[in-house]
Structures are given as structure tokens and as C-alpha cells.
Design a protein around this ligand. Structure first.
Ligand SMILES: Cc1cc2nc3c(=O)[nH]c(=O)nc-3n(C[C@H](O)[C@H](O)[C@H](O)COP(=O)(O)O)c2cc1C
Length: 199
């Protein structure tokens, strides 16, 4: 690991300019994703997170699917910026797809009815944690990434294309690649308005 945790948390940013240049091996990318999926927590240790890693042509295909899906709903005269955005994601090296397995959540609801309402919420919390760990790990490896949400528009085609189990619910897409731009300045609200300490 080339960065400590605090530096990685600070340096993880949304990087929209990404290229196909390899920063680390595909095996290393798989390894950091396995590490994230294995060690990121979930409510009741239910391990409901599911991840699909798309590399090379498979990554390209996802952004072609997304572009063509959007083309059907965005007015033609307004499509140019959308197309540009999809092409920018496609210019990256890979995409991580985050899912949650709904059967795991339903089983928890049956086993612990008093928490029924909470399990879908906690499932999203855990997915967010997975997204954050992967995003930060990709930063450590030298990639830039963003978090995207073209679900549920693309759900059916994604499931069909990669033979994804019906019960896996698509939550987010994370295109990544070698950064070609620096992230912009980020504004921060005063921490004293956001954190209270009592001692
Ligand atoms: C839950 C969540 C959802 C987000 N959804 C999107 C999204 O759909 N598209 C996008 O471009 N960025 C999305 N973002 C990125 C945020 O806009 C970004 O993280 C925020 O502006 C802070 O910038 P930074 O990532 O550079 O620190 C999302 C971030 C979070 C945490």
C-alpha cells in the first residue's frame, strides 16, 4: 500500500477524465475488489453485496448499452452532452458494478421480523461502504473513478448481457481508469456546523 488510510480517504475524488492505460494488472484489480468484498461489513454479517468487474471490451459494452438506453429517452437535440459523458466513461479501463442480493435481505426479514423495515436500508448502507472501500482502494492503486447511477434504466440489459441472477439488484456503477484530469477544487462546509463533541 503506497498511501496511509487517511491520505487515501482525502485523495479519493470523483475523477471524470479517465483513460484505458493500465495502472496495475487486472489480477491486482481483482485482488483489491476481493479484499473489499471480503472485509467490508454488512448488517448481521449477511454479506449481501455482489460485485461484477467489467474490463476491456466488457467495460466498453456497458457504456454502449447505457448510451443506447439513454438515446431512447433523451431528446435527440439534447443528446450530445449525454453521449459525450457516456464516451468519457467508456474511455476508462473498467467498471465495477455493485449489486445487493435481495434473497439475502428477504431471508433476514423472515428470520428477524422486528427489523423487517431496516434490512433494505442497512443493505444500502453496506453497499455504500463497499462502494467507498473500492473507490478508495482504486485511488490507492493509482486509478481515478466516479460513482454513477444509471440503474434501473439499464438493469434488464445488464442482467441479460452478463447473465446476472434475477435477485441481484443493481445499486451503482463505478467506471475507473488512469486519471487524465485533476479533480476540481472542493468546497467544505465548516466542520463545527457538522460535528458536535461532548466531553
Ligand atoms: C451516494 C452517492 C451518490 C452519488 N451519485 C453520483 C452520480 O450518480 N453521478 C456522479 O457523477 N456522481 C455521483 N456521486 C459523486 C458526488 O457528486 C461526489 O462524491 C461529491 O460531489 C464529492 O466530490 P468528490 O467525490 O470529488 O469528493 C455520488 C456520491 C455519493 C456518495
Amino acid at each position: 500500500m503506497s498511501k496511509d488510510f487517511y491520505a487515501a480517504v482525502k485523495d479519493r475524488r470523483s475523477i471524470y477524465g479517465i483513460s484505458k492505460e493500465a495502472v496495475v494488472s487486472d489480477e491486482r484489480i481483482q485482488e483489491v475488489i476481493e479484499h473489499a468484498v471480503k472485509h467490508t461489513p454488512s448488517s448481521f454479517n449477511s454479506q449481501s453485496a455482489r460485485v461484477v468487474l467489467l474490463l476491456g471490451e466488457q467495460h466498453d459494452k456497458l457504456w454502449d448499452i447505457t448510451k443506447e438506453t439513454l438515446r431512447k429517452i433523451v431528446p435527440a437535440d439534447q443528446f450530445a452532452p449525454t453521449e459525450e459523458k457516456m464516451n468519457a466513461f467508456k474511455s476508462g479501463y473498467g467498471t465495477v458494478l455493485f449489486f445487493e442480493d435481495e434473497t439475502v435481505i428477504e431471508q433476514l426479514q423472515q428470520s428477524f421480523p422486528s427489523y423487517k423495515e431496516n434490512f433494505p436500508i442497512w443493505s444500502h448502507h453496506s453497499s455504500g461502504m463497499h462502494q467507498f472501500v473500492v473507490w478508495t482502494a482504486l485511488e490507492i492503486e493509482g486509478f481515478g473513478a466516479t460513482l454513477q447511477h444509471y440503474n434501473p434504466l439499464i438493469d434488464d440489459q445488464v442482467k441479460q448481457e452478463w447473465n446476472i441472477p434475477a435477485e441481484w439488484k443493481l445499486i451503482a456503477q463505478m467506471p475507473f481508469g488512469k486519471p487524465t484530469v485533476q479533480p476540481g477544487e472542493k468546497e467544505f462546509k465548516p466542520l463545527e456546523d457538522r460535528i458536535k463533541v461532548f466531553k
